[in-house]
Design a protein around this ligand. Structure first.
Ligand code: SAM
Length: 343
């Protein structure tokens, strides 16, 4: 049973900060939409249509119809049963901040984002990264289709009185968000669980302000192979076959959730740097950086995740991805590519 209850329009912390509320529209709606919270419920004040919470989670979700319906339904059901990442041992915001500061990717990302920015996290899961990134006076909207995950995000928000991280249930393929409205859009470990990662990417780009940053984290085509091999053995040899379980996770429930996410996911696709560069080209996004860096490129010497670097040659990119078999492959093979939307 949920430990929180939304009550009055003046509740604290407010479900949405004003900066985030002004970026919302109706699902399938127009950029001109204005959404407000009237008596605790989201309402489009132009059309009068209301969007009641689901399970105490603000919901602007339209289920997928047509080609993506089967995958979206299966993935949604998986993350309703297995909210990710687990909150075990992270009751207090200070604990979550400590975890974020110790994590190289999260702390580098916070540093690169800077101050007073609007950040959209698509596929935020249980919202831990969204909460962390609202430090430095940033306003963050985390969206996901899993209500179970969002409930945990909102529980943490309410328990800790966090005012600048907001959450809503949405589908990446029908984002109830105005075009060109966020300084930074991130989606880490998500698009490869959708039925069409390239199409999902173009929906995300629409929400970035001209000149703003987009960051996507995907399973790598080359470095994911060892995980696939392990997925055939994990049932036989047990959870200790996994490097993260052996070296990073001390809590059993957390280990179970990690193993399910890595080895029993109903849908995943693998992607290469060159594929992402093609998506960038088609969507008027300029390459900024890649993490891990492309070997031999200026990305090896950047001081910030968002510092401009070159994408190297096709040969350097292949060698880099093969080298990841000895590095990120043991932790799930996620690589991040960062781009800047044309002005
Ligand atoms: C592996 S989890 C990643 C969570 C978080 N970003 C992280 O890195 O820990 C993938 C998340 O993507 C969400 N997701 C997948 N497809 C989606 C879609 N079409 N719309 C919204 N969320 C989606 C899932 O519900 C799930 O919470």
């Amino acid at each position: 049973m949920s430990v929180f209850k939304r009550t009055t329009p003046t509740e604290f912390p407010p479900m949405f900060s004003d900066r985030i509320l002004s970026c919302l529209k109706s699902p399938g709606g127009e950029n001109e939409d204005t959404l407000e919270i009237i008596e605790g419920t989201l309402q489009n004040i132009i059309s009068g249509k209301t969007y009641p919470d689901k399970d105490n989670v603000p919901s602007l979700f339209l289920p997928e119809k047509g080609r993506g319906e089967v995958v979206t339904t299966r993935v949604k059901s998986f993350y309703e049963d297995n909210p990710f990442p687990s909150y075990e041992g992270l009751e207090e915001f200070s604990e979550l901040v400590n975890k974020g500061l110790r994590n190289t990717f999260a702390s580098e990302l916070l540093k690169a984002i800077g101050y007073n920015k609007t950040v959209l996290e698509c596929g935020c899961g249980t919202g831990q990264l969204s909460h962390f990134l609202q430090l430095n006076n940033n306003h963050v909207l985390g969206i996901d289709m899993s209500l179970a995950s969002l409930k945990l995000a909102i529980e943490h928000k309410i328990r800790n009185g966090l005012t600048r991280s907001s959450f809503a249930q949405m589908n990446i393929f029908d984002l109830a968000i105005k075009d060109n409205s966020f300084d930074i859009v991130i989606s880490h470990g998500v698009l490869h669980h959708t039925f069409d990662a390239q199409r999902a990417f173009s929906h995300l780009v629409n929400k970035v302000k001209p000149g703003g940053i987009i960051l996507i984290g995907l399973y790598n085509y080359y470095a994911r192979v060892p995980t696939w091999v392990r997925s055939k053995l994990v049932g036989l040899l047990g959870q200790n076959i996994d490097y993260v379980v052996r070296n990073r996770i001390t809590d059993n429930k957390k280990a179970d959730i990690w193993i399910k996410d890595q080895y029993y996911n109903p849908h995943e696709t693998w992607h290469s740097i060159d594929e992402v560069l093609k998506w960038f080209n088609l969507n008027d996004v300029e390459f900024v950086n890649c993490a891990p860096a492309i070997l031999g490129s200026s990305g090896e010497n950047v001081k910030s995740l968002f510092e401009q670097s070159d994408p190297g040659s096709a040969y350097q990119r292949i060698v880099s991805q093969l080298s990841w078999l000895g590095t990120i492959a043991r932790e799930g093979a996620l690589f991040d590519v960062i781009g800047r939307k044309a002005k």
